[in-house]
Design a protein around this ligand. Structure first.
Ligand code: GDP
Length: 433
């Protein structure tokens, strides 16, 4: 999904999924060369080791066509020392006898191997069922208690800890949960002005005297978890550096998660007006896919720009939680259609009848009518833009879904049918292509 947005890199090594009601995060460790000593293989090894250290479950994928290799055995030696469940998935097993392909791999000493075919989707579902079996379904979460959960995300060195200390130094820290294990997220409650917030750690914070510092290197899993847990994400970027792949990855994940977003371009101090203008233009062009969010230019070090940053956090939260009444939504929809009708698509003329809110955080607007399977991307964007303007939905992604309903005027059997009754269309995200 993220891949066709300009400015984002194509390779992704993580994502989120859902099996029934159970959400999960997946990290693909890329190649894992357990003996790598330097260069890119070494960096990949480091990343893989970190992912293994943080994961709840490890799925070790081996190639059923080549059979067991020396490298598999090296990796298995490492994985046997891990105190979390490890499942061996013997891949490329389509058309082969499960007992025969897996036989070799018992030798790895990691329990019963499971034959799968990732390309053909065989055995994947049952493996996933097994893997997720120990985890309970999450309780329905009540999110709107008025306390905004804020995640501060960004790659290393952009100034996250500096920002957190600036925030917490200035304001009263109410409570601070020390995590039971290193894998739990830290939650820090604090007040700013009259309002309450909970800061969800992403940086891997540790309290050292009065200040917080980062204890770990950048952790993909922690970042993803805190984004998922938050109501509003502050994406911190470094004004003094180019946008990196890692920045783009994090931005892409925020976008995919549907969380409300405020962008904080940090280290804005010590730059002349010309340079500032240049950077502003460059960033807003490069991050055009985040244009639903407000950009703030701040200095965490000097504590500058934090008040307006938090006004946008409040605004983004309000937008994500907005309640959109059906009559008003419908009126706005019909006004928009009157101003600019959806273009015909061959014999089809999309007809929009009414709109209602299908969800919050992010807001989902469901539009009902006929022949809505043929609404163009650009028309969807026009509608999105209109809803955003009228309902002041800045800072949150907005999703629009079309539902073609049974048409009472549809031609009877034998007559020429134009509309496709009852067809549904999945949610369209607000991302520009
Ligand atoms: P983190 O890895 O994202 O938590 O980044 P840190 O907060 O540790 O900051 C990395 C470096 O950037 C440190 O040397 C900070 O002093 C510096 N830094 C952070 N915020 C600012 C800022 O607003 N302006 C300037 N000039 N430097 C900053």
């Amino acid at each position: 999904i993220v891949a066709d947005i300009p400015g984002l890199t194509r390779d992704r090594h993580y994502g989120h999924g859902k099996l029934g009601k159970k959400p999960f995060l997946v990290v693909d460790t890329g190649g894992f060369e357990p003996k790598a000593k330097d260069g890119i293989m070494h960096e990949m090894k480091r990343q893989a080791e970190q992912a293994i250290a943080e994961a709840d479950i490890i799925v070790f994928v081996v190639d059923g066509r080549t059979g067991i290799t020396a490298q598999d055995k090296d990796i298995a030696n490492k994985l046997r020392k891990v105190d979390r469940p490890v499942y061996v998935a013997v891949n490329k097993a389509e058309g082969l006898n499960a007992g025969v392909v897996t036989a070799d791999f018992h030798e790895l000493g990691l329990g019963e191997p499971h034959s799968i075919s990732a390309a053909h989707g065989e055995g994947v579902r049952s493996l996933l069922d097994l893997v997720l079996e120990p985890f309970p379904e999450p309780e329905e979460e009540v999110r709107d208690d008025g306390i905004v959960k804020v995640a501060i995300a960004g790659r290393p060195n952009v100034g996250k800890s500096t920002l957190i200390n600036a925030l917490l130094g200035e304001e009263r820290v109410i409570a601070f949960d020390m995590p039971g294990t290193t894998r739990d997220a830290i939650h820090i409650d604090f007040e700013r002005g009259e309002k309450k917030y909970t800061l969800i750690d992403t940086a891997g914070l540790r309290r050292k005297g009065k200040v917080f510092e980062t204890i770990e290197k950048f952790s993909v899993i922690k970042t993803l978890q805190s984004i998922e847990d938050a109501n509003v994400v502050i994406l911190v970027l470094d004004a003094q550096q180019d946008i990196s792949d890692q920045d783009a990855h994090i931005a892409g994940f925020v976008l995919e998660s549907g969380r409300a977003l405020v962008v904080a371009v940090n280290k804005w101090d010590g730059m002349d007006a010309y340079k500032r203008q240049q950077i502003k233009e460059f960033l807003e062009h490069k991050l055009k896919f985040l244009d639903f969010a407000r950009f703030h230019y701040i200095s965490a070090l000097k504590g500058q720009g934090l008040d307006t940053l938090f006004r946008s956090v409040d605004g983004a939260y309000a937008a994500a939680m907005a309640k959109l009444a059906t009559p008003k939504l419908t009126r706005v929809l019909l006004d928009a259609v009157a101003k600019q009708a959806p273009p015909r698509h061959g014999a089809f003329r999309p007809k929009m009848r009414y709109a209602h809110q299908g969800g919050m955080n992010p807001p989902l607007i469901v539009i009902h009518g006929n022949a809505l399977d043929h609404v163009s991307e650009s028309y969807t964007r026009f509608l999105e833009h209109t809803f955003r303007e009228v309902f002041k939905l800045q800072g949150t992604p907005l999703r629009i879904q079309f539902k073609t309903s049974e048409n009472p005027y549809a031609p009877k059997v034998g007559e020429r049918k134009i509309d496709k009754p009852g067809s549904k269309r999945g949610p369209k995200s607000s991302r520009p292509k």
